[in-house]
Ligand binder design. Structure first.
Ligand code: LLP
Length: 433
């Protein structure tokens, strides 16, 4: 809960009381604490920069430009997975030479965009992708520096939907095919294979899978070098977990030590691609209780935030702490409640039988650890406009994404010509019928 703390009984982000944000911006709103982002960055950078490991922030966790710019100013590069994220990274001030483009399905247009922008490297996940990058690089008259993302066949021991480094996952090139893929890349005129990349999954609290994966990576570097290939860069992926339930996250000193022990002696330039670790605990969803519904068997707290705003509980059964913005007195009796949103699905449930102090309609509540994979995964399901986003820095706060309006949401839609004027349509039917 590093980004949020109680001060005089009221939940604050850095030095700003959350009710002030609710009054100014309304609810539901994602609130991010720049101070917490900075603390997370400093902890990670302190552990890794002495080893010369560069940090490319995985934008997918939270790609609000204010968040990217906060990290870019601290020295972060960017890991992007689409042309859209590349555009965001550049717009937020990340220089092209610090951007890596990952992802299993890049289009020719995205590859051209990345090459023209002059990014640091494309991480390639298949032979057909190598061929496409070579073709596009030829067309735009540039040489592409690529790293091969390999699949080390290591189980990260995390949620099945976010584990990526097992052989049956769609990601990366199998270890046993890597030498052939490298040889192919080296044979193509517009490609320069420079390194290897690996990413075994997300929300890792146990470091053992990293050790196993990095050892396999080191073995592969040695095998490629024995064949005369020049492997100079290693991208070690992201995945460092956070304590959603208050558990301690991975020990960064231990992580740094295992990086050093497994791949530190290879003479490669090293980088990592963390997303969640940098931003998860720096964000919350600030939401208001609409109703308290006492059912026969259960008590439902119905919020004005729904699964369209924060999808993680519905999609992964993910745990997010739910805390009242006005702190309950220490002697308050806790009662189990189901915390739900207004969306018309039973899956729109943030927590079941959660022990909470009394809450009433109108009370503000915060869903914690929503800084990563929160706003970026939001949808407009049930025609619920995307929530506002606010960045706090010290005692200041500003809206960094306006609340979407229903008008804006509808504005991209068109009626086909035959439905444009229901009155005319009716007449036409009558006249021809
Ligand atoms: N690099 C690659 C190639 C990735 O696929 C990912 C995450 C990352 C880096 C950053 O991983 P992180 O450090 O954030 O764990 N929506 C899910 C998480 C999906 C992660 C996808 N890839 C969730 O809400 O838990």
């Amino acid at each position: 809960m590093t980004g949020f703390h109680y001060q005089h009984g009221v939940l604050h982000a850095d030095d700003v009381a959350l009710p002030a944000i609710a009054d100014a911006v309304g609810t539901p709103t994602f609130v991010y604490a720049a101070g917490a982002i900075e603390r997370n960055w400093t902890r990670l950078a302190d552990a890794l920069t002495p080893l010369g490991v560069g940090i490319a922030y995985a934008l997918k966790a939270n790609s609000n430009q204010a968040v990217i710019a906060t990290l870019a100013r601290l020295g972060a590069g960017a890991d992007v997975v689409s042309g859209g994220e590349l555009t965001r990274a550049l717009a937020a001030g990340v220089t092209a030479d610090r951007i890596v483009f990952s992802g299993v399905g890049k289009t020719a247009d995205e590859i051209a965009q990345a090459l023209k922008a002059g990014i640091h490297q494309l991480n390639v996940e298949s032979i057909p992708e190598l061929d496409l990058i070579d073709r596009v690089a030829g067309e735009v008259g540039l040489r592409a520096q690529v790293a091969l993302r390999v699949n080390p066949d290591v189980d990260a021991g995390t949620h099945a939907k976010i584990t990526t480094g097992r052989k049956d996952n769609k990601f990366g090139i199998d270890l046993e095919d890597a030498a052939a893929a490298w040889a192919r890349a080296a044979s193509l005129p517009n490609l320069e294979p420079v390194g290897l990349a690996v990413h075994i999954g997300s929300q890792l609290l146990d470091l053992a899978p990293y050790r196993a994966a990095y050892r396999r990576l080191a073995d592969l570097v040695n095998a490629l070098r024995a064949q005369g290939q020049a492997v100079t860069r290693l991208d070690l992926g992201g995945g460092l977990g956070v304590g959603y339930r208050g558990e301690t996250g991975p020990d960064l000193e231990e992580y740094a030590a295992l990086v050093h022990a497994t791949v530190g002696g290879l003479g490669c330039s090293l980088m990592v691609e963390p997303g969640r670790y940098l931003v998860a605990d720096a964000g919350c969803v600030l939401t208001r209780v609409l109703f308290v519904k006492e059912g026969g068997a259960r008590r439902f707290i119905i919020l004005d935030a729904g699964m369209n705003d924060l999808l993680r509980p519905a999609l992964y059964d993910a745990f997010h702490a739910v805390v009242p913005v006005n702190q309950a007195p220490p002697n308050a009796t806790l009662h189990p409640a189901d915390i739900v949103g207004p969306v018309c699905e039973t899956g729109d449930t943030f927590a079941k039988a959660r022990e909470l102090p009394p809450l009433e309609a109108g009370d503000l509540v915060a869903l914690l650890h929503a800084g990563a994979y929160g706003a970026v995964m939001a949808s407009t399901y049930n025609t619920r406009p995307l929530a506002a986003e606010v960045l706090v820095a010290g005692s200041k706060f500003e809206t960094v994404r306006l609340r979407q309006t229903v008008e804006a949401l509808l504005s991209a839609e068109r009626l086909p010509s035959w439905l444009e004027s229901p009155g005319d349509h009716g007449q036409r039917r009558r006249s021809t019928g």
